[in-house]
Design a protein. Structure first.
Length: 215
């Protein structure tokens, strides 16, 4: 039976390329996002490539919706081998113009959703002493930009969480890691193309040499 990867915050770009990379390595792919139309299109394109793909609609920041999506996934598959958390609130707002409420709301999606997903899959992963959580990081974690203040805080949280969870779970043979993308994602960029970043996620997952790859 094929392994299963669940991609949260699925869309075009990094997550689609990760779906293609893992799908071509014989993984079944489950996509989670809020927009059904987008999911339908991406899933159809993956299936056309011969990838076993499915989609489930849910908001990564909504605990109940996420639980429902995973319950649907478990109706099809016994075990989730990999979770790729790619969800983020992408907005350009200067940090001075943020409020406590807006930062908290964004943090729930940018970082808190990782813990929602982790709590759902962890009991099974602990039983099997197997599994991986992969997080999409960003260069704002290293060099924050005040014009993307909330996102920078989120990416710093992702980087911190990846390192902390990796340390906390390694004795249980569960790997947590992040690819920190230090540049603008573009098809025209050799280093920051979605395909190259997806290759780095595959390297992170298969080699497990470190909790972080910077690209």
């Amino acid at each position: 039976m094929s392994k299963v990867i669940v991609i949260i915050g699925a869309g075009n770009g990094i997550s689609k390329s990760v779906a293609e990379k893992f799908g071509n390595e014989q993984f079944s792919v489950c996509l989670i996002s809020r927009r059904k139309e987008k999911l339908e299109k991406i899933t159809a394109e993956l299936i056309e490539q011969g990838i076993d793909a499915y989609y489930f609609t849910a908001d990564a920041g909504d605990t109940d919706m996420m639980k429902d999506a995973f319950d649907q996934i478990w109706e099809k598959f016994d075990f989730v081998d990999v979770v790729h958390y790619n969800a983020a609130k992408l907005k350009q707002v200067n940090i001075i113009n943020e409020t406590s409420d807006s930062l908290t709301r964004d943090f729930k999606l940018n970082v808190g959703g990782v813990m929602t997903a982790l709590k759902l899959v962890l009991p099974d992963m602990e039983k099997k002493n197997s599994g991986a959580i992969l997080l999409t990081g960003g260069g704002f974690a290293l060099q924050p930009n005040p014009n993307f203040g909330s996102l920078a805080i989120g990416k710093a949280g992702i980087r911190n969480l990846a390192q902390s969870l990796n340390e906390a779970l390694k004795e249980k043979q569960i790997f947590v890691g992040t690819v920190t993308v230090c540049g603008l994602v573009s098809e025209q960029s050799q280093q920051h193309s979605p395909k190259n970043i997806a290759d780095k996620f595959w390297e992170l997952y298969t080699e497990k040499n470190n909790w972080e790859i910077q690209v």
